[in-house]
Ligand binder design. Structure first.
Ligand code: DX5
Ligand code: ZN
Length: 226
């Protein structure tokens, strides 16, 4: 069975205090830190780039789950590897199978893992279905990329269930990104999600450290009911 992984998304914290965001993730026993890189072109927001990832790298040994919401991933992939990303996730909407293969070579040559993300309205492309063994993390987005704090789009659940089924025989983590909260994390896990990104669901809570533990406990509970 795939592990339950919790990945707090620092975008939901005060961006002037990313050190604090990382410390909260550590104290909560998170499995990784989710870093949302947005270029203002692929999605309507501009966040931070490889320089910030590099600065954060000095602060923690937690894995960096770098979600690249950028239109030209091939152009920047090496920068994010150099900066210390552990998993580099690219969006399927801006890739062909051939470009994916090229990115996979670059990432795996440096001992890093590759992720693939899809927007709520995007189905998993056929070329990606054929390459599941190369995908460490498949991000099924449950909000439109751009901002933290949006409500989860529950209409994505049937797609999530289908994709989790497809990935069952592979080690691919099924990562849910967007609006994950204590109230819906159980449903997400029942639909096959095992890796849970949470921005507001962690950093928006009065006690963010406890929120990490709470999400994990609820996710594990939903699984034990199965
Ligand atoms: C949205 C980002 C998400 C976001 C999650 O574009 O990819 O990772 O920060 O934040 P919440 O959990 O608040 O929806
Ligand atoms: Zn994200």
């Amino acid at each position: 069975m795939k592990p339950i992984l919790i990945a707090p998304s620092v975008l939901a914290w005060d961006l002037g205090d990313l050190r604090g965001a990382v410390q909260i993730a550590e104290k909560g026993g998170a499995d990784m830190v989710h870093l949302d890189v947005i270029d203002g072109h692929f999605a309507p927001n501009i966040t931070f780039g490889a320089g910030t990832v590099k600065a954060l790298r000095k602060l923690t040994s937690l894995k960096f789950d770098t979600h690249l919401m950028i239109s030209e991933p091939t152009r920047y992939v090496e920068n994010f590897i150099d900066a210390g990303s552990d998993v580099l996730t690219f969006h399927a909407e801006v890739l062909s199978g051939r470009e994916f293969d090229d990115l996979y070579s670059k990432v795996s040559a440096r001992g890093k893992k590759l992720g693939l993300a899809i927007r709520p309205s995007t189905d998993l492309p056929a070329w990606a279905e054929e390459r599941l063994e190369k995908i460490d993390s498949l991000i099924v987005m449950t909000v439109n990329p751009g901002f933290s704090g949006q409500l989860m789009d529950m209409s994505v659940m049937p797609k999530l269930q289908r994709i989790s089924g497809l990935a069952e025989g592979y080690e691919t983590n099924i990562e849910i990104d967007g609006g994950v909260e204590p109230e819906n994390v159980g449903e997400v896990v029942r639909m096959g999600g095992n890796s849970l990104v949470a921005g507001a669901g962690v950093y928006g809570k009065a006690d963010p450290v406890a929120a990490v533990n709470d999400l994990r406990a609820r996710a594990l509970e939903a699984r034990s009911e199965n």
